[in-house]
Design a protein around this ligand. Structure first.
Ligand SMILES: [Zn+2]
Length: 321
């Protein structure tokens, strides 16, 4: 052995290698707990051998014991600070923990240590994209008191939506209104389709068949944002109503729940924190087009339109006549 390598007596190292070999075969059969037990014995015999730490890290990651994994890989890096694989593995752990900046730093270190590794370069490119989405997710969700289940559902299904399609829920509506759903589909079908981003509290259907509106109520203002982003303008043969032979795309809007009395039939134009956004663009529509001094955000077009607004506009129009 070279002078700067950790020195064990051969007997201990051989024994540790034997345990590790057995552990490897457990890993192959997906018996991770057994494998962890044996790697632990290897580590106890040779605490300065980074390879055993790496192996146990990989088991912990698979078992979802992320902090134990982090602990082991930190130890491995301490022992072997020039090993690109260690940094690569730790970047994966940081990614699972949503620590994208740390993940990026580790990937960069891995790339510096091993500039020709394609796997590392692929991961760097991949992280750039998912990292941006994730910042957005954190940004949108912070400040809302979501329960764990809702948070989990949004996180798991976040990849289904395209981030620029996310509307902002200025009024914190807890409900949505959908036009063009087939009036014949059952409430069960509605519930099983529209609970992707949070549990449904109530479903109501109102109106004549020609102007059918389905209201879905959730328990928070975030689930409506994601649900709208996912379903807006979507054509689904199971869910959509037909006109002649063509399915009509869904149109979704924010809507107050029965409890949100203050938002039901009336509300001030802007929330207290005055908005730079065009109220008319968000509701019935803005006639100024490009000349409007306020923001027209594509994802928010008509998003706050309520049924009573349409009626009101029609009434005003008729009275003027
Ligand atoms: Zn405008």
């Amino acid at each position: 052995m070279e002078g700067d390598q950790p020195i064990y007596d051969d007997y201990k190292l051989n024994e540790a290698m034997e345990f590790a070999k057995k552990a490897n075969s457990y890993v192959m059969n997906d018996e991770l707990l057994q494998a962890v037990k044996l790697y632990t014995k290897s580590i106890e015999l040779c605490p300065n051998e980074h390879r055993f730490c790496i192996n146990r890290t990989l088991c912990y990651i698979k078992m979802d014991y992320i902090f134990l994994a982090l602990n082991d890989i930190n130890r491995a890096i301490e022992l072997e600070p020039t090993n690109s694989k260690c940094f690569f593995i730790r970047s994966k752990i940081f990614k699972i923990l949503n620590e994208y900046e740390m993940a990026e730093k580790d990937l960069q270190k891995a790339a510096n240590l091993d500039p020709t590794c394609e796997e590392i370069m692929d991961e760097i490119n991949h992280l750039k994209k998912s990292g941006q989405d994730n910042y957005l997710l954190k940004d949108r969700l912070s400040g809302y008191n979501l329960n764990d289940k809702t948070y989990y559902k949004i996180k798991v299904n976040f990849h289904l939506i395209h981030a620029p399609n996310l509307p902002t829920n200025l009024w914190n509506y807890h409900g949505i209104r959908i036009e063009n759903l087939n009036p014949k589909i059952s409430i069960e079908t509605i519930c099983s389709n529209f609970n992707l981003f949070g549990d449904i509290i109530d479903v109501k259907r109102v109106g004549r068949l020609t102007a059918y509106n389905t209201f879905i109520f959730y328990e928070n203002p975030v689930t409506p944002m994601f649900t709208i982003a996912y379903f807006q303008n979507r054509i689904d043969e199971e869910l959509c109503a037909k006109e002649w032979k063509t399915f009509k795309p869904m149109k979704l809007y924010f809507a107050p729940t029965d409890n949100q009395n203050e938002l039901k039939f009336f509300r001030p134009k802007y929330p207290i924190q005055n908005s730079q956004e065009c109220y008319y663009w968000r509701t019935t529509s803005c006639n100024l087009n490009n000349h409007c001094s306020k923001w027209h955000i594509v994802a928010n077009k008509n998003i706050d339109t309520q049924i009573w607004m349409k009626e009101k506009t029609c009434d005003q129009f008729n009275n003027k006549k």
